[in-house]
Design a binder for this molecule. Structure first.
Ligand code: GDP
Ligand code: MN
Length: 376
C-alpha cells in the first residue's frame, strides 16, 4: 500500500526526521487559514500517489494566504497524471541550498535491502540515474544488522552526502523496520541555507502482509489497481494478474507456483496466479473460472488440482456448475489427481464438453494448455 506524501511526512516526523511544518485540507478556504498559520507563504502540494507532481503542476509556491486559497482551488479536483486531487498539503517554504536523494528499498533478488542515495536529488533523479549511474550510490543493507551509525556514514560518504545526513539515514531505516515498509524514499532531502537537513518530500510503501500487526493502518481494504484483481478480491480469491496468455487455477500456493514454472517451461506465459486454496468449494471454482475467463489476454485455461481436503469430484462439480454461470469461450485443460480423482475425471468425461480436455499429469496438462494458447 502506497501512502500519500502527508502520511509519509507524518511517519517521518514520528521517527524524528526533520520535516517542514505542514497541514492537509480539502477546502480552499481552509488552505488560506493554513497558509496564514504557516506565516503567510506556503508551498501548495497536490496529494496524489504518483511521482513527478512538481513537473505536472502539482507543487506551487503561494506568496500569501489569498494565493494559497486560489492555488488550492485550482488543484483540488484537478487531474495529475491520471490521479484526481482530493486533498492538498500546505507546507512552510524552505530556502533550499542543495537537494539529495535517499531511499531504502527491498531487493528481492538479493534477499536484503538496498540503500540508494545521491547528492543530486530532486525532480531529475530518474534522468540522472539513467544517464549517469555513477552519481547514484547503491549499497546493500544487511537486514539483520540494519543501518548503524557506521553503515549510515558509509552510505553518506559513498553518495557524497554531507556527514550530517547520517542521522536521517539511521532514522529512515527505523521508519522502514518499525512501520513494516517495503520502500521509504526522501526526494528531495535538502540542506537549507541556514544549515538544516529536512525531508521535503517522501514516499512510503507499506507491506500489506504486515497489516495484522499494524493496527494503526486501520481496516481499509487492500487497494487493487487492476480491475481483475479487484474482482477476485471481492470474491475472496487469492489472485495475481500476470502478463501471459495461459490462465491458471490451482489449489495451494506451492502447486500454483509450480504450475507457472511448468507453463513457462513449455514456452508459454501464465496469465495469472490463482490459488483456490484447500477445502475449496464448487462455488469457489466457479468464481475462479469467472475471473480467469474475464481476462481478455487469456487464450487457454489450465486447472491443476491435487485433491486433498478438496476432493476432485467436488472440483469437477465446480467446473461443471460454473458452466451454467459462465459461458465457456476458451479451451480448458483439467488435471485432477489425488483424493477422488477417478470420480472427478469420470464426471467431466460424462459431460463431454467440447472445450474441456483432461490430462493426467501436470506436465502433459501444461504442454497441452500452451499448445492451445498458441493455436488460438
Ligand atoms: P514531486 O515533484 O512530486 O517529487 O514533488 P516535491 O515535493 O519533491 O517537489 C518538487 C520540487 O519542488 C522539489 O524537488 C524542490 O525543488 C521544489 N520544492 C518543493 N518544496 C519546496 C520548498 O519549500 N522550497 C523550495 N525552494 N523548493 C521546494
Ligand atoms: Mn519529490
Amino acid at each position: 500500500m502506497d501512502l500519500y506524501e502527508h502520511q509519509a511526512r507524518e511517519l517521518f516526523e514520528r521517527h524524528g526526521i526533520p520535516v517542514p511544518r505542514a497541514e492537509v485540507t480539502d477546502s480552499p478556504r481552509e488552505a488560506r487559514e493554513i497558509a496564514r498559520r504557516l506565516g503567510g507563504r506556503a508551498v501548495v502540494k497536490a496529494q496524489v500517489k504518483t511521482g513527478g507532481r512538481g513537473k505536472a503542476g502539482g507543487v506551487k509556491l503561494a506568496p500569501d494566504p489569498a494565493a494559497a486559497e486560489s492555488t488550492a482551488r485550482q488543484m483540488l479536483g484537478a487531474d495529475i497524471r491520471g490521479h484526481r486531487v482530493g486533498t492538498v498539503m500546505l507546507a512552510e517554504p524552505v530556502d533550499v541550498e542543495r537537494e539529495f536523494y535517499v531511499s531504502y528499498v527491498l531487493d528481492r533478488a538479493a534477499g536484503g535491502f538496498l540503500a540508494i542515495a545521491s547528492a543530486e536529488g530532486g525532480t531529475e533523479i530518474e534522468e540522472t540515474a539513467a544517464t549517469r549511474p555513477e552519481a547514484v550510490a547503491r549499497i546493500p543493507v544487511d537486514p539483520a544488522r540494519g543501518v548503524t551509525s557506521a553503515v549510515a556514514a558509509h552510505i553518506a560518504s559513498a553518495a557524497g552526502l554531507p556527514a550530517r545526513t547520517a542521522d536521517v539515514l539511521i532514522r529512515l531505516w527505523q521508519v522502514l523496520v518499525r512501520e513494516d515498509a517495503l520502500l521509504v524514499e526522501v526526494n528531495p532531502l535538502v540542506r537549507t541555507r541556514d544549515g538544516r537537513v529536512l525531508a521535503l518530500d517522501g514516499k512510503v510503501t507499506l507491506d500489506d502482509n504486515a497489516r495484522f500487526r499494524q493496527s494503526r493502518w486501520g481496516a481499509e481494504p487492500r487497494e487493487h489497481t487492476d480491475p481483475l484483481e479487484a474482482e477476485a478480491a471481492a470474491r475472496g480469491l487469492t489472485y495475481v494478474k500476470l502478463d501471459g496468455e495461459v490462465g491458471v487455477i490451482g489449489n495451494g500456493a506451492g502447486l500454483v507456483m509450480s504450475t507457472l514454472d511448468v507453463i513457462a517451461g513449455r514456452g508459454a506465459r501464465p496469465a495469472d496466479f490463482l490459488d483456490i486454496g484447500g477445502g475449496a468449494s464448487a462455488r469457489t471454482m466457479a468464481d475462479a473460472l469467472f475471473v480467469v475467463l474475464a481476462d481478455p489476454a487469456v487464450k487457454s485455461v489450465l486447472v491443476n488440482v491435487f485433491g486433498g481436503i478438496t476432493a476432485c469430484d467436488t472440483v469437477a462439480e465446480g467446473i461443471l456448475g460454473a458452466l451454467d454461470a459462465v459461458h465457456l469461450t476458451k479451451p480448458l485443460v483439467v488435471r485432477l489427481d489425488g483424493n477422488n480423482a477417478e470420480a472427478g475425471r469420470a464426471l467431466l468425461d460424462r459431460h463431454a464438453h467440447p472445450l474441456i480436455e483432461q490430462a493426467t499429469t501436470m506436465d502433459a496438462a501444461a504442454h497441452r494448455a500452451a499448445e492451445l494458447a498458441r493455436a488460438a
